[in-house]
Design a protein around this ligand. Structure first.
Ligand code: GUN
Ligand code: ZN
Length: 653
């Protein structure tokens, strides 16, 4: 395994792809270097755009007399003058363009090995979107035969084996399963260029999802022929790690400028709406139009790569911030064809697939962008957990109009009166009815919504509200009426209230861990350590031991050792657990992080950001790990950490 996941958001990840010529941070873009055309030298690409890896074509090298001999004697790195990682394609695209190629599948694998490429590609059969299921299935059979043969013959070369299958989701699934079984190093998704050219992004999204749910998480995924920055955020959010672009050069030849939101022809431009260094040299569209053709082409190619790499960096930052969905939604507003893809990823099966990968909170606010926002996996999870785990209280549920956040402060003057009533209080928020106890918890406090929601969001919210109030069978649902509270004592809104905090901790623990763990965690006696400035509970203690902390950033609970012991005693393995092998136990016990390879079992409910209790196969508690991966991924990655150890049973470490 040569890929390690470092960080994540939506279905996307920051990864490190390890090749013989160095490590590459993903998501990234591999500019296509045509060995016959020298538009921008690869070395310049590194300097100008931060390019880390390039892709060139082994078929073109092999067909060209001079290049072929040089590549064989000096190696591909000398021929293209690039000492970093090189991937080569195989001639598949040429066979798609021209109907056939003059090379056999095993010959092109052998050639790629002999010229020393880092990652070679099989000669897959390019299955076009117009193929019937039977045709596509037969072509897929052939692709899989070639992939299996190449996997046997690859020796030291890393191998990319393409997932084909046309537009047929079940064939894409079969393809991915077949490729996954071969132990290759990269899984490109192929046959999608016509879809991207036609703007069929919904179909593209369904194809990527079908492939991804059958490929192990530890296998990086390349989207073949995706060279327009328009598609990068969506594809990255669905779990694509590598892109390749010949478009930057093709568009430049046609006098076209790429932008993250679409394409403009230089002839149509009066202004030059770009601040990249290439455009900056010319300042106006008219000046660039009058430039000598070679210089103009070079400028446009540079512009296209500047813009593409900037979008890649934006995606990486969005992954680190936890705002990749926001970026996807922004791009979709800018290009309606992408809105169709957002519809596809709002389908329940897609949301379920992506929810399993979604971290529990983000470093930045959850920001409304449009009709898709309430379909985000995080919202579906939030709603689902409220329905499953929230425990209403009393025979009346009061619905409070939304006020400023956090809601508990906005309603601070009422809290004592509320507490005296044995009733439930929910805020009519943009996310739907939210229990007042969850006012600090992600994404309630950390969300930004407009005052007026779009129709679609209102529909999702209403559907949830109906389901939520169904929980209150036999309860009266009443609107909050401020007139019933005329004789409230004027008091600070941030007073210390043990009773209210007990309810808050119960609701958060239910939400995070479900009733079994929550009941154990909150068994009395408990005392609170509060923030001196605002009286909020920071730490929950029991007989001098630290049970858990309430995090200021996301209003979620962090387990501490005494809390882990409580959950451990109250639940059976593997619930809430990462079970590590006997060799790893002592390391975690002394504070070392949890290496994914050492995990034997994992509670399938764990999500990135969750606290898991770490135990040995004999169910001995050794520590607490904050999940860096989703449960479904832990046993699918060959490298890296499953969880960061936040507390452990042995002193020191
Ligand atoms: N380049 C663009 N699409 C494809 C594809 O499906 N397979 C290969 N090998 N290369 C491509
Ligand atoms: Zn520019």
């Amino acid at each position: 395994m040569t890929f390690e996941i470092k960080d994540r958001a939506a279905g996307g990840r920051i990864g490190v792809f390890d090749t013989p010529h160095g490590k590459v941070t993903t998501p990234t873009l591999l500019p296509v270097v045509n060995p016959n055309l020298r538009l921008i030298a690869p070395k310049d690409m590194r300097r100008l755009f931060g390019t880390e890896m390039i892709i060139t074509n082994s078929y073109i090298l092999r067909q060209s007399e001079g290049l072929r001999e040089r590549a064989l004697s000096e190696g591909v790195h000398k021929v293209v003058d690039w000492d970093g990682p090189i991937m080569t394609d195989s001639g598949t695209f040429q066979s798609y363009m021209y109907g056939k190629v003059a090379v056999l599948p095993d010959e092109i694998i052998d050639f790629q090995k002999r010229i020393g490429v880092d990652v070679g590609t099989i000669l897959d059969v390019f299955t076009t979107p117009d193929k019937t299921k039977d045709e596509a299935s037969a072509e897929l059979d052939e692709t899989l035969v070639r992939a299996a043969a190449a996997a046997k013959a690859k020796d030291g070369m890393m191998l990319a084996a393409t997932v084909q299958g046309g537009v047929h989701v079940d064939l894409r699934e079969r393809a991915a399963k077949g490729i996954a079984a071969l132990g290759v190093d990269l899984a490109p998704i192929g046959g999608v260029v016509p879809l991207m050219e036609q703007g069929k992004y919904a179909t593209l999204a369904r194809i990527i999802l079908a492939a991804k749910r059958n490929l192990p998480s530890g296998l990086p995924v390349h989207l073949f022929g995706a060279g327009h920055p328009l598609v990068f955020p969506l594809a990255a959010a669905l779990g694509c790690d590598l892109f390749d672009s010949a478009s930057y050069a093709k568009y430049a030849k046609d006098d076209r400028l790429m932008f993250p939101w679409g394409t403009r022809s230089l002839t149509d431009l009066t202004e030059l709406p770009c601040a990249c260094p290439a455009c900056d040299r010319w300042r106006t569209a008219a000046a660039l139009r009058k430039a000598p053709p070679a210089e103009r082409e070079r400028t446009l190619a540079e512009h296209n790569l500047h813009v593409s790499f900037a979008e890649i960096r934006r995606i990486r930052q969005a992954i680190r911030d936890g705002t990749l969905w926001e970026l996807v939604e922004e791009r979709a507003v800018q290009n309606p064809a992408l809105l169709d893809a957002l519809r596809a990823v709002s389908e329940p099966s897609a949301v379920d697939q992506l929810e399993r990968l979604e971290p529990v909170s983000a470093n930045r606010a959850f920001t409304y962008k449009g009709p898709h926002t309430l379909h985000r996996p995080l919202v579906t999870r939030f709603h689902r957990r409220l329905l499953e785990a929230y425990r209403p209280q009393g025979k009346v549920c009061y619905v409070l109009p939304e006020r400023s956040k956090p809601y508990g402060e906005a309603y601070g003057a009422y809290l004592d009166a509320f507490l005296a009533q044995d009733a439930t209080f929910v805020v009519d928020s943009p996310l739907g009815p939210v229990p007042l106890e969850l006012d600090l918890t992600f994404p309630v406090a950390q969300s930004v919504f407009p005052e007026i929601l779009d129709e679609e969001a209102r529909r999702v919210r209403q559907r949830f509200a109906d389901a939520f109030f169904d929980k209150f069978q036999g309860c009266e649902i009443l609107p909050f009426d401020a007139r019933e509270y005329t004789d409230l004592a004027p008091e600070p809104t941030d007073a210390c209230r043990d009773g209210w905090d007990a309810r808050r901790l119960r609701a958060i623990a239910d939400h995070q861990w479900g009733h079994d763990a929550s009941d154990a965690l909150l068994a009395k006696p408990l005392t609170y350590v509060r923030s001196p400035s605002n009286c909020r509970v920071r730490n929950v203690m029991s007989r001098g031991e630290h049970v858990m902390s309430l995090r200021a950033e996301d209003g979620l609970l962090s387990l501490r050792l005494a809390g882990a012991r409580r959950i451990h005693a109250a639940t059976a393995s593997p619930r809430h657990r990462l079970v590590v092998d006997d060799d790893a136990g002592p390391f975690v016990a002394s504070g070392k992080n949890v290496v994914a390879r050492t995990v034997q079992r994992v509670d399938p409910a764990l999500r990135p950001g969750d606290d898991a209790i770490v135990v040995t196969a004999k169910d001995e508690l050794v520590g607490i790990g904050r999940m860096l991966l989703a449960a479904s991924e832990v046993r699918e990655v060959g490298r890296g950490l499953a969880a960061k150890t936040t507390d452990h049973v042995e002193a020191g470490g």
